[in-house]
Design a protein around this ligand. Structure first.
Ligand code: GAL
Length: 456
């Protein structure tokens, strides 16, 4: 199955990183053949070629509602620290549900950059995985509107989840009285990660605080002088991630929120100023950015090639994985101008309409929602538990700070990670951003394309 998914993505998007597996491989079964067929004749031809070398065509889990040992979990946590997080959750699943077998449907590409398209093709072809990852908020609305996911409120009662999550998180998950997913975590998007060694080399104090983008630019200039990269960034989605934090910094939380409910005018001079800031900031980034994904940009901090990187706190897990654990190895702080604001996103898991193994999917959701599952997963993922009662005593100092901030900061929704806008809007924002950062549009065009994207 993973092989099929990977080939299918390659057909649509060109080569991706390799897909990694956990548990029994489920190559070339009926479900994955259907996903390839959905991608057109060329893909179907490839399926036939692959089937010819497969002896396993026995699986017949093809309709919703049947039970079997295999549970296909679709995510984009395919490699590195993200896979380590998934592995930790699978460990708890295996303990809690020893009769079931986790099948890894992960599709590589940060922020679901390849996974979301493939998932949509599969859903439209009636080839749903048993469960898939989706962000709480506007992104979930897409799947609800398309009747692709089921109401799981009954499971909240059955598993005792209703009081386990903060009420405002439940609100963000609730649509017309129904709840369509179980959140696994809370991530923070507005974090700067930095290399103290590179800062010192540039004559900067690693403990310095930058109150605004303007203050930060002085430091970026100092790093520029040393020949190191002031700010590492990667492919388009990471640039959109950077853009959202610059919008938040420049506009403040209230006007940033207004971008999504129509009360802030995308064509206003305040937004022009924010986009000018973004343009300036992008001027300090690495030229090879479009060929990289987030782990590569974070690695530049770990390797002492770059001073700063703006990334969600899944980066915390990458530092931990690299053995960077002390303030001499790396430091972190809110994006300048966003202290006291928590730019939020939450991964959650769904019960698709037509899930081949509904009982297995429900068991996965039980593990995702359990205090044990949340503690194990989030410790490894860099995030914090969505549950308020999970044991976080052995979480890292960064994670302890995030737990505190989540409890006291103003919460806003992430653009790049499905909390603020539907997928179609984000796709248009991404296209406009890529045009701008590759020099194919000017700032005025960029601004009007963003305005058009959000207006829908
Ligand atoms: C986000 C997701 C995170 C992390 C990140 C990078 O969209 O919510 O869990 O995986 O993408 O891939």
């Amino acid at each position: 199955m993973n092989l099929d998914s990977e080939r299918a993505v390659a057909l649509r998007h060109g080569p991706t990183r390799s897909v990694h597996h956990i548990g029994k491989e489920d190559d070339m079964n009926l479900r994955s053949k259907k996903s390839l067929m959905a991608l057109g004749a060329g893909a179907a031809a490839l399926t036939l070629g692959l089937s010819a070398c497969s002896g396993d065509t026995s699986e017949s889990n093809d309709g919703g509602g049947s039970s079997g040992p295999e549970v296909e979990v679709f995510t984009w946590w395919a490699a590195g620290s993200e896979k380590a997080g998934l592995d930790a959750l699978v460990g708890v699943f295996n303990e809690q549900h020893p009769d079931l077998e986790f099948v890894n449907g992960a599709v590589a590409g940060g922020a679901g950059s390849a996974a979301k398209d493939l998932l949509q093709s599969r859903l439209q072809a009636g080839d749903a995985p048993d469960t898939f990852q989706a962000h709480a908020g506007a992104e979930l609305q897409d799947y609800i509107d398309a009747a692709q996911i089921q109401d799981v409120s009954d499971l909240y009662s059955e598993f005792g989840l209703t009081d386990a999550f903060p009420a405002d998180l439940i609100d963000r998950l609730t649509v017309d009285g129904a709840i369509y997913s179980v959140p696994s975590n809370i991530h923070r998007a507005n974090v700067v990660w930095a290399s103290p060694a590179v800062l010192e080399e540039a004559g900067l104090d690693p403990e310095a605080e930058y109150e605004s983008i303007d203050d930060w630019i002085v430091a970026l200039d100092a790093v520029q002088e040393t020949g190191k990269t002031p700010l590492s960034v990667a492919t388009t989605w990471t640039q959109v991630h950077l853009l959202e934090t610059v919008l938040l910094s420049s506009l403040g939380a209230e006007d940033y929120n207004g971008l999504w409910d129509g009360s802030t005018d995308w064509e206003s001079s305040e937004v022009t100023t924010a986009l000018e800031n973004f343009e300036i900031i992008m001027g300090y980034t690495n030229d090879d950015r479009d060929g990289l994904d987030w782990p590569d940009a974070t690695q530049q901090i770990i390797d002492g090639q770059a001073a700063f990187n703006v990334m969600g706190d899944w980066a915390e897990a990458a530092f931990a994985e690299a053995g960077a654990t002390s303030p001499e190895d790396y430091i972190y702080f809110p994006v300048p101008g966003t202290a006291g604001v928590f730019d939020f996103l939450a991964d959650s898991f769904t019960l698709p309409v037509g899930a081949p193994n509904e009982d297995g999917a429900k068991a996965w959701l039980e593990t995702v929602g359990s205090a044990e599952g949340q503690a194990a997963f989030n410790k490894a993922k860099g995030s914090i538990p969505a549950r308020t009662d999970a044991d976080t005593s052995d979480f890292s100092p960064y994670q302890q700070s995030a737990i505190e901030a989540w409890g006291s900061d103003v919460i806003v929704s992430s653009l790049a990670h499905g909390a603020a806008t539907p997928v179609a809007t984000l796709n248009q924002v991404s296209d406009a951003t890529s045009k701008f950062t590759t020099g194919a549009s000017d700032l005025a065009t960029f601004q009007s394309e963003l305005a058009a994207a959000v207006a829908g």
